[in-house]
Structures are given as structure tokens and as C-alpha cells.
Design a binder for this molecule. Sequence first.
Ligand code: SF4
Length: 341
Amino acid sequence: MIHGTSAPVESVDWQTLLATSITDVRTLLERLELDTTLLEPGLAACAEFPLRVPEPYLARMQPGELNDPLLRQVLPVGEELQEQPGFILDPLGEQHSNARPGIIHKYHGRLLLIVSGGCAINCRYCFRRHFPYADNNLSSQEWEQALDYIRADSSISEVIYSGGDPLAANDKRLHWLTRRIAEIPHVRRLRVHTRLPVVIPQRVTDSLLEALCDTRLPVTMVLHCNHANELDQALAGAASQLRGAGMLLLNQAVLLKGVNDRLEDQIALSERLGDNGILPYYLHVLDHVRGAGHFHIDDQQAKELVGRMLTRLPGFLVPKLVREVAGRASKVPLPIELLED
Ligand code: SF4
């Protein structure tokens, strides 16, 4: 049932699901039958980064299980407030790459458009948890200026919709933007980085497919799924619709302590992605953002984990292990340790 209504999740449109997300720690704990001693530290952590969990995501968690891998990604905890050396506000230096409002231009040939500052879920490990989205909320005139920026740089062959979550924008906005970008001759590809279909699969509608696919541009969607339990029946249906519309589907995950740091977690995730025609693309080591230190895994463990995956899965189901480093010309691959035990 949706929070505050009697409607079952499956029958509700995505805008209502977005608007009725749980944002209150007490409600989250009660719904999952968890100990209320978690309330006080949870509220303190929320003062820095609010709670947000949509109902379809909550429905995939196990009540009473504090170690549920989906819950751990969203539950605000006291550890977030402990200072950790090296964990800072803007670990990727994005505020220097924010070329103009709405644009992050880090790498040659491609740029990110902040299509929406909003997200459907607040992931506690998010490297943009302190990003100044309010400064990137564009007026119509600023959108035109962002398009001028792309038009003026013929090296830009790929535009990436990012956020926040770009699919938190409405279809009318996405359709308008996609058509305008497709009019720029040197743009060859569109990429959409989103977690929204994972947490609210109802976001995938005919109207969305038309908004993204109704141009000459080939579209790649990079989903953000961290655990096999996130890939339920509803998401499988959404993935099938996206593929049916001609999109290439990739996944990126973040390696998170207590969520997906065991070999069996990673294998189950890759297998489930493969079952649904989604290729594992990147496994990111954690960005050192303030408040996320409790998710940290050391590099050696990460390299060995992916090395073991290679001995158990076909190569195309093994993601590239990468780190993003401020100021580098691309993501930095980590050399894996091939262990054959
Ligand atoms: S959906 Fe993406 S941008 Fe939004 S909080 Fe989660 S990781 Fe961050």
C-alpha cells in the first residue's frame, strides 16, 4: 500500500509514487518493524542529507532485517556524522567542472547535463550528496545557453543526461531537450544515467520511451543497480520495454561494504542483470564523500573480488572496476588480482 493511501503500489503512476516517498525516519523504522533506538542517530544524519525512499523500493526490503542490502543503502545512521580523514564534500571536484549552470564538462567529447536536481531515492553513499543543485536549476533562457554551449563545441559527440536523476524531469521536458540536442549535427549519441527505473519501475512508460527515442540519436541507458534484490519482476518488465524501444542497457554499481561486497552478491547481481539483457558496465569503488566512510572497502579487496568474478562468469558479465579521480581525463581502471582458488 502507498503511504497515506489504500492504493496498491502496482496501480499507482510514477508521479504519485515519487510524491509519496517516505521521508521520515520514524515511518521507515515502523514500516520495517525496526528498533526505534535507530531513530535519534537517523534524525541527526538526516539533518545533513535527508531520507527519501519510494514505496516500490521499500517493498523489496525484508521487514525486521537491519542488514537488508537495500535498507543499508538508504538508512541514515550515526556513523555518517563521524569525521573520516580524506572524506570530503566534493571528492570529484565537480564544482570546478561545472562549466556553466546545468553542465558538467569533465571529459573530452562528452558532457553531463544536469537535467533534474531531484532524485527518487537518497542513497547514503552518493558522491553528489553535497552538490549545489539549487544553482543548477535552469530557467528556459539558461537551457538555451546550455544548448549554445554544446553547439559551440564540435568535439562534443555525446550528451549524457544526469542529475540528481534526469528521469525525475517530466516527459515534456525530456522530449523537448532530446529533440533540440538531436538538431545539433555533431552530437552522435545520447546517454541517460538513471536510478529511477530501478527504484520506481513504473517510471518506464510509452510516453517516456517516445520522449527519449523519437530522434536520430542512438540511446544508451546506464541503470544504477547495486544488488540482485533490486532486480524484481517489475524492473524486469521495465527493462524489457526499454530494450524493446531500441536502447542499449548497461549497469553501473558502487562497491559498498555490507551491501554487495561478497563474491556471491556480485555474481548474483551480474547473473540477474544478464538475465534481463543489461550488461554490467562499471563497478565503482566508493568516492570519498563526507558521510559515506562506513561503506568503504579497501582497494585490494575490491581487486580480488573482481578477479574472482572473472573465474566464475563470462567476461561480458564482469564489470570494469574503476575509480573516479578529480582532474583525470577519464575514469581510472583498477588492475584486478586474478585468484584461481
Ligand atoms: S539516485 Fe544517484 S544521484 Fe540520486 S542519491 Fe542515489 S546515487 Fe545519488
